[in-house]
Design a protein around this ligand. Structure first.
Ligand code: NAD
Ligand code: UD1
Length: 338
């Protein structure tokens, strides 16, 4: 299939582009590089030995988007493009609503005009809010998102659901990611956060490389086995492969479907630190800090539906995830910067 990958220079998009090319699909990337580097495109080509067509374009520029779609005649869109920093979204809500919502509305309009009716969307476990039960199944109701970033994910899910309801020739797959970490085993592509990382694994790798002095563990009084927050970490290569599985579903005319993408296992912050130390032999100094506002105690997926309906399940374990995250950081101490 010919796949337009929005946000394909970013962390998850670049890994998915590799997986698409490796599985014989064509990948056409659109990215405004607001949170990524064109070097990721070169690295995708290096890993796969295949050419990628790349357009530096903003989804908020509808005319530019239309001309790409008219030229490329794609079969499907995988829509990663969006801003994703939770804390920044609280400070700059307009920026987040504008970029994520307007970008998606433009995309839907252009897809309609060009007869492209298949879309896979990057959603997040954040749409569940504070889960009432774990593991979280897709039947669990959506919850209250405490920040504009989460709201945009929830709203875009609703927009795509309504679009599909009004036009049954649309096929929509909503993928709710849990906590993506890891990197391509080559160490050529990986997560490259701007500034001080907010998320746990990039923070740990930057402590390991010596860019940060110690990790602050946010809360040790949660109702969890060791008091620290429990999450469902998933290797980005597994995530990438789930998108390729979802393409098969879409090609069969799936209507609308929703899948959790997680391993189904939860690890506490202290368990992640221990796993990282075991995988790399590097000690991570840490100290306990107050809870971070908006955090929940425990969040992990039921991964059953994706297994049953997509024939996909996660293969990498927490040690693989730590090893590959570190490998990218070690080989790229300053990310994609020279
Ligand atoms: P990322 O920031 O690395 O990638 C997003 C890409 O989209 C970047 O390359 C950025 O330059 C591009 N982009 C942003 N706005 C754009 C616009 N208007 N036009 C064109 N390009 C634009 O993030 P990621 O971690 O790869 O996440 C990909 C998607 O998955 C995002 O939608 C994110 O919200 C979602 N998601 C991520 C996580 C996570 O933990 N990484 C978890 C759940 C959901
Ligand atoms: C966060 C976002 C979520 C988003 C996801 C992926 C919040 C409240 N949630 O999820 O909306 O979809 O990232 O981008 O921001 N931790 C520390 N020290 C740190 C960093 C994190 O102890 O320096 C802890 C957290 O308290 C949490 C766990 O590590 O228990 C994972 O945190 P993180 O990687 O930020 O992911 P989430 O909070 O699950």
């Amino acid at each position: 299939m010919r796949i337009i990958v929005t946000g394909g220079a970013g962390f998850i998009g670049s890994h998915t582009a590799v997986e698409l090319l490796d599985k014989g699909h064509e990948a056409i990337i659109i990215d405004n590089l607001s949170n990524s580097s064109e070097k990721a495109i070169d690295r995708i080509e290096k890993i796969t030995g295949k050419k990628v067509r790349f357009y530096k374009e903003d989804l908020c520029n509808k005319d530019g988007l239309l001309s790409i779609f008219e030229r490329e005649k794609a079969d499907c869109v995988i829509h990663f493009a969006g801003l994703k920093a939770v804390g920044e979204s609280v400070k700059l809500p307009y920026k987040y609503y504008y970029n994520n919502i307007v970008g998606t509305l433009n995309l839907i309009d252009v897809m309609n005009k060009c007869g492209v009716k298949n879309i896979i969307f990057s959603s997040s476990a954040t749409v569940y809010g504070t889960p009432s039960v774990v593991p979280i199944t897709e039947e669990c109701p959506k919850g209250i998102c405490t920040n504009p970033y989460g709201q945009t994910k929830s709203m875009i899910e609703q927009i795509l659901t309504d679009v599909q309801k009004a036009d049954r020739s649309f096929n929509v797959v909503l993928l709710r990611y849990f906590n993506p970490i890891g990197a391509h085993p080559s160490g050529l592509i990986g997560e490259n956060p701007n500034g001080i990382p907010n998320n746990l694994m990039p923070f740990i790798t930057q402590v390991a490389i010596g860019r940060l002095s110690e990790l602050g563990v946010f809360g040790n009084d949660y109702d969890t086995p060791d008091g620290t927050g429990v999450r469902d970490y998933i290797h980005v290569m597994d995530l990438a492969s789930a998108h390729v599985h979802a393409l098969k579903k879409i090609a069969d005319g799936s209507g609308i479907s929703i899948y959790n993408l997680g391993t189904g296992k939860g690890y506490s912050v202290l368990e992640v630190i221990k796993s990282f130390e075991q995988a790399t032999g590097i000690k991570i100094p840490y100290s306990f800090r107050p809870r971070r506002e908006g955090d929940i105690a425990t969040c992990y997926a039921s991964a059953k539906k994706a297994k049953e309906e997509l024939g996909w399940e996660a293969k990498y374990d927490i040690i693989d995830m730590c090893r590959d995250s570190w490998n990218f950081q070690r080989l790229n101490p300053n990310g994609y910067d020279d």
